[in-house]
Design a binder for this molecule. Structure first.
Ligand code: IPE
Ligand code: MG
Length: 238
């Protein structure tokens, strides 16, 4: 979700006004996701590098996170959304951590949209943590070093129950991953939208989904193989 600051600057407003406006886009995209029956949606709200911003901006972002949790969780729950936070949450205030835990507990059994908010998240952090867990498991005799394969590492990333992202959308015109789900997005289709996040609405989202619908996903195979597999209906990653 990129472009809040620029959106505000263009209107002669402080950057934080853009963040406030961006909450509306979050609502619109989540609603559209629910409406379309999307299974999993992860929003990159705050990266492990965003702490480098001016403290006043970081504080506003934290407050917005708090108030959005307070204001939105009930409605998400009513829509059968399961909300989880992905990232190093121990860096947040006790109050925010508590609120996150409550929201996760409330929505834990919901079977609709899986909504992840990536907060203080970084793809390298995720992989590093998985590596640390692997070493601990080797030391504990849970897994032999020779048995470590891609699946063993993937199982130790955040939320191994979730599918890898099919579609990656970045708004605001920059064409970078910026440390988002580096392992999991190896085969994601990448969509870069020039629209600034506060202007990203259901129709901008639809454009990204249309782009995705037009992609042929080969996972290393040839186009001919994919077509043949599609014809017999057994196309997948395996
Ligand atoms: C939102 O957009 C991203 C967050 C960290 C919340 P930015 O704040 O990066 O906006 P730009 O890129 O300066 O326009
Ligand atoms: Mg930015």
């Amino acid at each position: 979700m990129d472009g809040n600051g620029r959106w505000a600057k263009r209107r002669g407003m402080p950057r934080t006004a853009g963040h406030r406006e961006g909450v509306k886009s979050v609502r619109a995209v989540v609603e559209e996701g629910v409406r379309r029956g999307i299974g999993t949606l992860t929003l990159f709200a705050f990266s492990s590098e965003n702490w480098r911003r001016p403290p006043s901006e970081v504080n506003i972002l934290m407050e917005l996170f708090m108030s959005a949790l307070r204001g939105e969780v009930r409605r998400l729950h009513e829509h059968d959304v399961r909300l989880r936070v992905i990232g190093e949450r121990t860096a947040f205030s006790e109050r925010l951590q508590q609120r996150i835990a409550e929201a996760e507990r409330l929505t834990a059994d919901n079977a609709g949209l899986n909504l992840q908010v990536a907060a203080n998240y970084g793809g390298r952090w995720d992989i590093t943590r998985a590596a640390r867990q692997l070493v601990a498991d080797v030391q504990a005799g849970v897994i032999a070093p020779e048995a470590i394969d891609e699946a063993a590492l993937a199982d130790r990333l955040s939320f191994p129950d979730l599918p890898e992202p099919d579609l990656f959308i970045r708004t605001g015109g920059e064409q970078r991953l910026s440390n988002f789900m580096l392992w999991q997005s190896a085969y994601s289709e990448l969509f870069f939208s020039p629209v600034l996040w506060p202007d990203f609405d259901a129709s901008a989202f639809a454009e990204a989904l249309d782009f995705y619908a037009g992609r042929q996903r080969r996972f290393g195979r040839t186009g001919e193989q994919v077509e043949a597999l599609n014809a017999v209906g057994r196309y997948g990653r395996g």
